[in-house]
Ligand binder design. Sequence first.
Ligand code: DC
Length: 224
Amino acid sequence: MDHDDIPVLTIDGPTASGKGTVAQKVARTLGYHYLDSGALYRLTALSAHRRHVDLADEHALAKLAADLPCSFSGEHVLLAHEDVSDAIRAEAVGNAASRIAALPAVRQALYGLQLRFRTGPGLVADGRDMGTVLFPHAPLKVFLTASVEARAQRRHKQLIGKGFSANIQDLRKDLSERDARDANRAIAPLRPAEDAHYLDTSDMTADEAVQAVLGWYAAVRKAH
Ligand code: DC
């Protein structure tokens, strides 16, 4: 298959919207690869923290991102062979990821790495700019949202499940601040692609959301 013909489904949306869960399930159902682009920003942030790199040092951060010794094995995320799947989910790491994601040199450093996930038979990519910047010609683009309340509840459940302590009020504040930062930054802000399908999952289960995405994808494939 020609590289440009490898199908890509993009699922963008705000943090804790459930897009990761939905994207993984869609990928598994279709037998496609999965790109969790947020994990790359989180890995860069974690790496910076461990190496005491200042979060304002764009040049040093971009270098870390360009040489990120990461790999993905099933649901596990490795940084230099260490399993950091849980460590990158800490709120402090997510907040640092959101800050460094506003730096153009960091985004540029991660650009090529993300494109390399596009291999046959197909890719499901989740993030903020998958449909707008990375894969603007993807045959299916989804913008997945949920209310701040629903997202705070989901993030709370996720954090407690991983053994982190969490407080709903703090999470609500955190999510709103992160939304504002991700949506208002100058480069690759969080926004739906013009041809994106909207999916508000506030009152939906993950499986219902997966069915909606698969339904749209079946329609797109039939039309081509
Ligand atoms: O989806 P997430 O919460 O794991 O992402 C962590 C941060 O990384 C998010 O606040 C903004 C940034 N990010 C981004 O700027 N672009 C992406 N494609 C994915 C994530």
